[in-house]
Write a protein that binds this ligand. Structure first.
Ligand code: PLP
Length: 390
């Protein structure tokens, strides 16, 4: 039976990983500045993470949400403390899309309304509600277009003022747009957005699925703007690869039995993985580390003339190589064995583990400058298995 062929695959087959490195089935080592799409937060196969999951597996791996699971309470307590939201409530699920789906549902339950405002170039996931607030018509089936969604340009306060009214259940916005190309909402825009939501009785949902979990130098990216949303969604970095997502819910929002639910969400193994992540983040002070090394890396990249528009915060960085260097990502992969992310058409996204070391960042910068030189000389271009030249 073939695998349903929906992904554009890079021509490498990783079989092992440790810290910030991957090894492929030929024994080649790659520096991972992509983290499997911002998922690897504390580093691949961190020993504490492996130990905690192993221990949990031997005790009890799973039971559904029909029994008391003390690990959920421990996770909620630790997450509340580390994120700066100790008074919020935690709903656990399995992915980013599911977290957003539940947040949208909660907002609609609470307000009795169904319209949602989202932003141009947004990405919130592929389930029906999440994809309907995603600004990508190509991935919306007719079935998904039944929702009442209004898209406005990011950072356009006037467009937002015109769109928001008392029919709106929620405004959903990413802490930093990831798939859309690392687009950062202005702090002032977020502050005005929060005030507009209050004034119109609608809920502000901050999608921190990609930008959260310490990546930008605060636990959540919106904390740079000093706002407090009603609902905050998270997933990627939360389990360092173990599937888990969650919604942080404002203390004024009262739960009702049966309002939300899931079979797998908040299982024992998932909680153990998420607890291990928070423990390592605290022990290794990874949030401050991401802020410091990210600021340094952004500063260094800004000195390279062949790339434009370097943007982001902490270790969520986007840059646009000039058109002549459109194959830079592939070049870095094949020539220097460095894995990076992309956003269409030619943005390079850097989403490394938060534990990235300065010598690894320096290695990348050296390879990056060298790649630009190599690509500038046509005679040194190299071809790969797939016949493409870079
Ligand atoms: C901001 C954001 N929200 C939601 C999602 C969807 O998460 P998942 O793929 O875990 O459903 C993503 C995935 O890339 C994302 O970047």
């Amino acid at each position: 039976m073939p695998v349903f062929d929906v992904y554009q695959l890079l021509p490498i087959t990783p079989v092992r990983a440790e810290g910030r490195y991957l090894w492929d089935n030929q024994g080649n080592r790659y520096l991972d500045l992509y983290g499997g799409h911002a998922v690897i937060s504390i580093g691949h196969s961190h020993p504490h993470y492996v130990r905690r999951i192993e221990q949990q597996l031997k005790q009890i791996a799973f039971y559904s949400n029909s029994v008391i699971n003390p690990l959920q309470e421990e996770l909620a307590e630790r997450l509340g403390r580390l994120s700066g939201y100790p008074d919020y409530q935690l709903f656990l699920c399995n992915s980013g899309a599911e977290a957003n789906e539940n947040a949208l549902k909660l907002a609609s339950f609470l307000t009795g309304r169904k319209r949602v405002i989202a932003f141009q170039k947004s990405f919130h996931g592929r389930t029906s509600g999440a994809v309907s607030v995603t600004d990508q018509p190509a991935i919306q089936a007719p079935f998904n277009t039944q929702h009442d969604v209004h898209f406005v340009p990011l950072n356009d306060i006037q467009a937002l003022q015109e769109a928001i009214n008392h029919e709106v259940a929620a405004v959903i916005i990413e802490g930093i747009q990831g798939v859309g190309g690392i687009r950062v909402p202005d702090d002032q825009f977020l502050q005005q957005l929060a005030a507009l939501c209050e004034a119109h009785g609608c809920l502000l949902i901050l999608d921190e699925v990609q930008s959260g979990y310490g990546r930008t130098g605060h636990f959540f990216a919106h904390q740079h703007a000093g706002i407090k949303p009603h609902l905050i969604t998270m997933a990627k970095g939360m389990g360092n690869g173990f599937p888990i997502g969650g919604v942080l819910i404002h203390p004024d929002i009262k739960p009702k039995k049966g309002m939300l639910g899931t079979t797998f969400g908040g299982g024992y193994l998932a909680c153990a993985a998420a607890l291990a992540v928070l423990e390592v983040m605290e022990q290794e002070d990874l949030i401050a580390h991401a802020a410091q090394i990210g600021a340094w890396l952004i500063g260094e990249l800004k000195q390279i003339p062949e790339v434009e528009n370097i943007r982001g915060r902490g270790l969520m960085i986007g840059l646009d190589p000039q058109p002549a260097f459109a194959g830079l990502r592939q070049h870095l992969l094949h020539r220097h064995r460095i894995l990076t992310g992309e956003a269409k058409p030619h943005t390079i996204r850097l989403l490394p583990p938060l534990s990235l070391q300065e010598e690894e960042a320096s290695f990348f910068l050296k390879a990056f400058r060298q790649s630009l030189q190599e690509m500038g000389k046509p005679e040194t271009s190299i071809s790969f298995q797939n016949g493409q030249k870079y």
